[in-house]
Design a protein around this ligand. Sequence first.
Ligand SMILES: [Zn+2]
Length: 355
Amino acid sequence: MNNKIKKIIILGGMLLSGILFVLGFTNADAEITIKKKDNRQEIKTEKTVKAEKTVETAKTLEKAKTGKAVKRKGWYTAKSGRKYYYKADGTPVKNRAYRINGNLYLFSKSGILCTKPGFKTLNGKRYYLRKNGTLAVGYRKIGDDYYYFSKTGVMYKNRWAYARGYKFYFGKNGKRLTDVDAVLGKRSSYSIEVNKTKNTVTIYAKDGNKGYTIPVKTFVCSTGDSTPTGVFSTPYKYRWLGLVGPCWGQWCTQIQGNYLFHSECYTEPNDNNSLDVAEYNKIGTTCSHGCIRLRAGDAKWIYDNCSLGTKVTIFTSNKNGPFPKPTEKKLKSWHTWDPTDPDMMYKCRQSGCRH
Ligand SMILES: [Zn+2]
């Protein structure tokens, strides 16, 4: 074959394949050769392939929604930055608290890991998310308050819990109560502990065989250098009593000898409108002649609730008690009555003062 004939054949071939190419490109239903797994070839039209792809995509989306076909395991971070967790069987954790490697996490209804610190409600249960992204468990101080969270991170509400050797009550908002008198109701016996160093009086109630481990409330008081330490049993009570000064005290409960629990001092006998305001304003400091001075309402509580023979333990310690020491506002010199005295509260109402 000579070169001229070769050239013609080649050019002719190129022209023909060009025509075929154009035809193929414009034909929407062109045939496509698909290589199958077993190396057999299958011929499908472009339309068929497109339709099949659409069905496949829908299936994938549907499976992703139900979470059945996505075989993810462990942590997964989506493009949005949201985190998810998949169990070993590929199902995502959602709508619950879930423990992973010893840490408790919270997952929303749609399975998103909750990361914003603070309180969070899920299915009517309260949780607290810490700054490190894990849920609070057990006895925790948050802000100025104490809370209790179960092993699964659920905040305790309206129930008791043991913590640090005590039995505490957590109220309707989850906060630990620092006065459980109303929850407990009146008890047949109490135990009184006086911390001379801190000038606090804490009342305890009995928790069955565990003993007096329920802190009921803490009063602020004033002890004196000569206040005796030790364990005592209250022998006597006096509604009013003349004291060193001279002055007069209300709701007096004898501890031993000349040492008593009583109200702050009044300058006139049996006159609850003659409060020694300067002395009252020292409450919480060590300033008495040895007696344990209390606010009138607190002295009354002991007088009313603690029967004779109540155990009183007086000690010195720098350790804080179960409840914080109450702080008392200072009174103006004209306020010649104790604002906690139930018989004098009308004077506070008349004066419009707030305590
Ligand atoms: Zn007042």
